[in-house]
Write a protein that binds this ligand. Sequence first.
Ligand code: PLP
Length: 451
Amino acid sequence: MTIQSRTDIDLLRTDIKHLVHPHLPSSETQRVIMTEGRGCRLTDASGRKYLDATGGLWLAQIGHGRPEMAEAAAEQMRTLEYFTSFWDYSNDKAIELSERIISLAPENMSKVFFTSGGSEGDDAAIKTARYYHYVNGRPNKNWIISRRTAYHGLAYGGGTATGFADMAEGQGPHLPNVTHLTPPHGYRTHLFNGEDVTDYCVRELEERIQQIGPENIAAMIGEPIMGVGGFIIPPADYWPRMQEVLDRHDILLISDEVVTAFGRTGSWFASPDHGMRPDIIVTAKGISSGYIPLGAVLMSEEIGQAVTGGHGYPVGYTYSGHPVACAVGLKNLEIIESENLLAASKSTGALLYALAAPLATELDIVGEVRHAGMGLALELVTDKTSRTPLPQNGRSVADVIRDETGVIVRVSSPTNLVLSPPLVMTEDEAVTAVSAVASVLRRVRPDGSIV
Ligand code: PLP
């Protein structure tokens, strides 16, 4: 980044002095200080322009800087900026948004609990699953099954289900009674000892259930497609067969759709597309396109009835059902529908894939290219035979792409180059994004260095 004005330098100094950034070593002195966004375009404090091919963190569905969203928030602030949703208090916008979400959700969904984001939602979902069994007289049915390289936020509940050791290090003890299985990452064949991916994962699930005892297991939590894990798309028979095992043992399924819901994969919800029949669905991100912090936990009628009986649902946050957040969420869903952004996600996503897929043939360091809707991952390796993850040698590939071309992409877990652009990305922008990626990948050596 070129610092061009005093203001930029002041912002940089102040950022370094006061602002704590997730996952940024304090030795790093570079910042990209965003000040403006329109569509897929961003501008930083120095005036430099960027093309956003990540939607920040997998969101920005409707694109940046939309005045109708600002108007929806302002209108609601003028009318009722806040009141609680605890006890018998409610508000019209939370009610309308709950109805709208249920109308879009898989048909067994019936109840909505609002949060301010995905981590709160995953915690609420885990509590809900345990509490459901508790009120049904099975207090020991409290284990949670998750998977390695899963991402369920970084609060203590969902954070324990998250399957990255480095994110949990030094903060224990974590939530007890959480166990992790193998992710269905077919490209990483060594994980499965030559066995079919689904056969392996289903057998492992059965074995783990027998070890812990089905009477002790509350739920399995899983993303339909593992986002942070590297946009891992499971084999088509994975979720149907996992679901069958869970059903047989009366184990609930929590589908974490924080990344996938509201159009990322081309559907309102990805669970049905992958053969999941969840009891609880966690959403956030695309529900408001990031214009305001918002999330929603959806529950089946049976779960909802059970956990709201007695003295009422024992989970709640000050901002649950926040009227401004819900008004913004409603406007966002209206835009996704009226502008056909689910269809755009499929068609522009297919274009991104068509442009990127040949790189797996052309370059030895691109092992596999995966996509669903507007999610795209290029798995980077030292070579196609060993499939060893490409080491980082110097600056990360994503940083070099950004600094050289202004296109923002992300490296995830540990060497997948991931694109998750706003669904409003134009075809020209898609071409620009993949060209930028290709221009740098063509110069990456097997040792990870960039020439
Ligand atoms: N679940 C999934 C699948 C996610 O990808 C994320 C964030 O990326 C979360 C949960 C956590 O959401 P938040 O960062 O809003 O707390």
